[in-house]
Ligand binder design. Sequence first.
Ligand code: TA6
Length: 282
Amino acid sequence: MAAAIERIDFHGQPALRLATASGAQAVVLLLGAQVVSWTPPGGTERLYLSDQARFDGSTAVRGGVPVCFPQFAARGPLPRHGFVRTMPWSLETERTGADFALVTLRCTDTEATRALWPHRFAVELTIAIEESRLDLELEVINEDDTPLSFTGALHTYLRVREVEETRIEGLYGTAYEDSTAAGEMRHDSGDVLLIEAETDRIYHEVTRPLLLREYDRSLGINQEGFRDVVVWNPWEERCAALADMPDRDFRHMLCVEAAAVREAVELAPGSNWWGRQTLVAL
Ligand code: TA6
C-alpha cells in the first residue's frame, strides 16, 4: 500500500489519518492540531489517549500531543497552557512520498485571542511519519509590528505498559525545577529516572537525546529548538482528581514534553522560531 492521508471523523471531530507504505500510522485532530495516535510499522500504539477524554472543544483532549502556546501551564495570566489547544487549526500542506506522510496545520490570531493576548501571530505544526519515527515541528511567526514573547510545549503523553517499570535515560546531571515542591531547583543524580511517585519536573538545557526503556520496547526522544524537557505523571491522587482520566491510568502514561518554559522565547516583529520533538520507536 502507498503512503496516504485520509480525512476521517475521530470522536465527532474532523481528523487526518496519515499512513506510510511500511505500515506506520498517525491520527491528527484539526482541533488543537493534536496528534492523538501514533503506531510505528509493525508496532504498538505509542501515545496515551484517555478513554474519558472530551472531544467537544470545551477542554483540551486528555492525551496525544496537546500544543501549549503562548503560555505554559499557569505561568501567566492566560488560560492554562494557552489557548491554541482548543482552537480549530486549518490544513495548510499535505505530502506523501515513497515512505513518508506529512501534514502542516496552521492557527492564527482571532478577535478572541487578541482580546486575551494582543498579538498577531501564526503557529504551524508539521507532523511527519517516516519508518519508525514521528517528527513534530512547531513554528511560531510574529506577524505583528511589535515584539512578542511566549512559553509553550509539545505536551506529549507517551503510552507506557507500566510506569513503575519504565526508565528514562539521558537526564543525568541536569538541573530541574520541581513543580511538586514549589518550584525548588534540584539536580538529577541517578543514571536513570524512575517514576515511583507524583512527578512534575522542568529540566533545563537538555542537550542529549533521551531514551525511554520498557521491558520489551524502547523509544528515543530528541528535541531541537526547545531548551527544556518536562516530565509529568500525576500519580494516584491527582489522577483520581482528573475528571477526564480513569483513576488507574497514571500507570499507563508518562508525559515527556519538549518545552520552552524557563526562559520565554522573544520574537522581534516579522521573525519566527521553531522547535522540534522527534520520537523514534526502537
Ligand atoms: O506539563 C505538566 C503540567 O503542567 C502539569 O503540572 C499538569 O497539570 C499537566 O501539565 C496537565 O495540565 P492540564 O491543564 O492539561 O490538565
